[in-house]
Design a binder for this molecule. Sequence first.
Ligand code: ADP
Ligand code: MG
Length: 539
Amino acid sequence: MDQRRAEHGQSTGPVSLYGEFTLTANRKVRCAVSLTEKDLIVQRLSSAPVGRNKVVLSLKDCIGCRAYRGDDTADPAAYLTIFFYPLKRRWMSSGVSRQRAEQCFRLVGLQDPRANLEEAEKWARAVRERSARQQYLRDGVMMSALSRPSRMMLLVNPQSGKGQALTLYNNHIQRMLNEAGVTHTLVITERQNHARELVKEADLSQWDALVIMSGDGLLYEVINGLLDRPDWEKAVRTPLGILPGGSGNALAASIHHYSGAPPVFSEELLLSCGFLLCQRLVTRMDLVSVHLSSSPRLFSFLSLAWGFVADVDIESEKYRHAGAARFTVGTLVRVASLRVYRGTLSYLPVAEDDGEEDDPPPHHQAPPSRDAPCQNSFHNSCHSNNSLKVRKAESTPSRNATKAPRGPPDSLLLPLDQPLPGDWVVVPEEDFVLVLAMYQSNLAEDLLASPDSTPDDGFIHLFYVTGGISRAALLKLFLAMEKGLHLASSCQHLVHAKVRALRLEPSSPKGVITVDGEVVEYGPLQAEVHRGLARLITA
Ligand code: ADP
Ligand code: MG
């Protein structure tokens, strides 16, 4: 046995636990099971086909485990089941996606059933401890995570996307959360604004996290509900999770992108986000406050769009049954009837030294939060693409915060009808095909619109496409966006700037503006980023 231990130890570090169990599914198969700091190694001792003898499972891919007695009281055995969701090569394709792989062992080393159960529980504790260490330690820094066990409120919109969110919950998420030891209460939304009203009144001390299973629209409701509470400052720090259940799953796709894994879609994206939710890592998330001319101020976590992107989002609602493909269809239809919008776009650029700023202002800081420094490498210029001819606004700055009843004050904005301070940039062009502000990486599952965005970089990534672009060039941009390569395509009509605040004054009489994919009042607007205001469960 010592010899075997040494062999196992060679590959992934010293073995901390070793045992010989049988498989629950086939008691004739005996296995030598070793636990190292990083892996669970299962070696079949009975004869097995060559090559399938030894399996090494990374504890990074483990979401939980369970030790229990069987149903038969006369049987002294205990059982140990460990739940893994490793990245596996997809059948008939080159991609990888997370797939469930459980390991079930039967422990009958002793005659005493209690002793067997204790042994199984000892293994379960050791696996949990090590997998938490593997998942929370990044480059030697311990990340913030939810306390365990965790209690979550899971809000599901049964109407979102193809109307399958509840089925997807029943088929995948319920089991996954149980495996990970996440207690959750399912809330099925009954109508628009139901979730918003609910979180506005909820006793948040009951929940470690609020999780949304829908498209981005439901999270938008939840965030605005939280910021509409008298205790908004505390409420907005409730960790938020998202599981893709809609047709517009931009935040879910962004979270998957932040994990560094290659893109996946539909149910594979759901499994990835479910896995990341079970890991329970929490980071800060920027929110952008948006002022419209006559509606109350609102908060946005994803995007602000005018022109092409907003039109596609809204017109493609009728292809909702197609799921995420609705945007592809919508894009093709819109390219065919391309139009230009007139207006004035201005912004406050990020100062060059802002990238080294490491922490948001004190009232933004509170546990749980990730303690890693700002990861953004903002070293060149704030205009990452075409050189930009700018004219400076002529007014003098007077930084009066526009006071709003709830939520943090905006320190960079003046009233909408007042001229802008001198450090703002006014874009010289007035004809736009689209204006898009992004603060997460993905605009849709297959649109990596802002590849450098991170949840807490404190930047609004402003993109605009000026009039005069050909249909072919625009289509090329959107095709390149699938891989996030549109900025590298050196299209003269596309401009990207990192900004802290922006103002948009449309002069075309009609048009669509969306915030996080939802239509808002058409007309002048301005927005400012609040770094790290919210909390997000992410990779
Ligand atoms: P999708 O990506 O499919 O659009 P969303 O999460 O964006 O999914 O939801 C679309 C809209 O449905 C949101 O505006 C949300 O407020 C609303 N909504 C939430 N629950 C319900 C419900 N039970 N019935 C109808 N609409 C709902
Ligand atoms: Mg939506």
